[in-house]
Ligand binder design. Structure first.
Ligand SMILES: Cc1cc2nc3c(=O)[nH]c(=O)nc-3n(C[C@H](O)[C@H](O)[C@H](O)COP(=O)(O)OP(=O)(O)OC[C@H]3O[C@@H](n4cnc5c(N)ncnc54)[C@H](O)[C@@H]3O)c2cc1C
Length: 259
């Protein structure tokens, strides 16, 4: 079973994130970069399915040069190979373009199942898996907390607020996962050493037959027009209990129309 896991490299969520004032895109250069958190669960699920059914796990990413570091981490977890779509012209690409490029890259691979995270922590659009399934013309199974494969049937439990829905499709399909699905493994020392010699193929736009004018900021279907920092939190109101604490709190809540 050939599984492709979509992995995005994102700025570390613990680092201070900034937009570049020059083009309103994310300043990726000045911050630590990590595997998008939910994508670690997607990778783990790919590895578990491979252990159960055999086959290969390929990591696919579209991102700048340094995204190779995150591919190597995924390989050290146990994935077999990486495919890195990298081209300067991709900077500022919108979600629709991202999905088109990933679909073209998938066109160079053989796959039975594509596994993605359900949301990237940097732009949080939660649309790439759906756009990708549309571009590929294959079903999408979203929000999976469990995935089972039986022949070409792919069944997921889709997490809902009150429980789950069991949803099935015939593969190949795109499955997006949520954190409830598993506990991602840490790379072992052996895994880290083995990852150094695993293949990572770099693909440029011309390798995929995509023109530079079809991607990037200029071709984006949406643009960030402006941005503002959220104002710093104002200090809270402290009510001192000098024998009238209860009524002072009640007066405060009433002034805010909360009671
Ligand atoms: C600061 C900033 C500025 C932006 N400016 C613009 C702009 O001007 N115009 C515009 O249209 N868009 C802009 N974007 C959106 C940006 O292009 C999106 O990051 C991208 O389109 C994918 O959306 P997402 O990251 O929200 O993915 P989601 O849909 O939230 O991701 C879901 C899953 O899809 C997979 N995935 C997503 N991206 C990739 C990838 N590159 N490689 C491999 N797998 C992936 C991962 O498995 C991920 O868990 C901006 C984003 C940021 C952070």
């Amino acid at each position: 079973m050939n599984i492709v896991v979509l992995m995005k490299q994102v700025p570390d969520t613990y680092a201070e994130r900034r937009l570049s004032p020059s083009d309103n895109t994310l300043d990726r250069a000045g911050v630590d970069a990590v595997i998008n958190e939910i994508d670690e669960y997607a990778i783990e699920e790919g590895l578990l399915l491979k252990e159960a059914h055999g086959g290969e796990v390929t990591i696919l990413t579209m991102g700048p040069d340094r995204a190779t570091e995150s591919i190597r981490k995924a390989l050290s977890m146990g994935a077999d190979k990486g495919v890195h779509v990298v081209d300067e012209a991709l900077h500022g690409s919108c979600a629709i373009t991202t999905a088109k490029v990933l679909a073209k890259a998938l066109g160079t691979l053989e796959y039975d199942l594509v596994i993605a995270g359900s949301e990237a922590t940097d732009s949080r659009l939660s649309v790439v898996p759906a756009l990708l399934s549309e571009a590929l013309g294959v079903p999408q199974l979203s929000g999976a907390r469990k995935v089972t494969v039986d022949g070409s049937d792919i069944t997921i439990e889709r997490a809902t607020e009150t429980g789950f829905a069991r949803v099935q499709a015939s593969g190949p399909a795109v499955v997006s996962v949520v954190e409830k699905i598993n506990e991602p493994r840490y790379p072992s020392f052996k895994g880290i050493m083995a990852a150094k010699s695993k293949p990572v193929q770099q693909l440029s736009l011309s390798d995929l037959g995509i023109g530079a004018d079809e991607v990037g900021l200029a071709a984006s279907t949406t643009t960030v027009q402006s941005f503002e920092q959220a104002p710093p939190r104002a200090a809270g109101t402290v009510v001192k209990d000098e024998g009238n604490g209860g009524s002072a709190i009640a007066e405060y809540l009433a002034s805010k129309k909360l009671i």
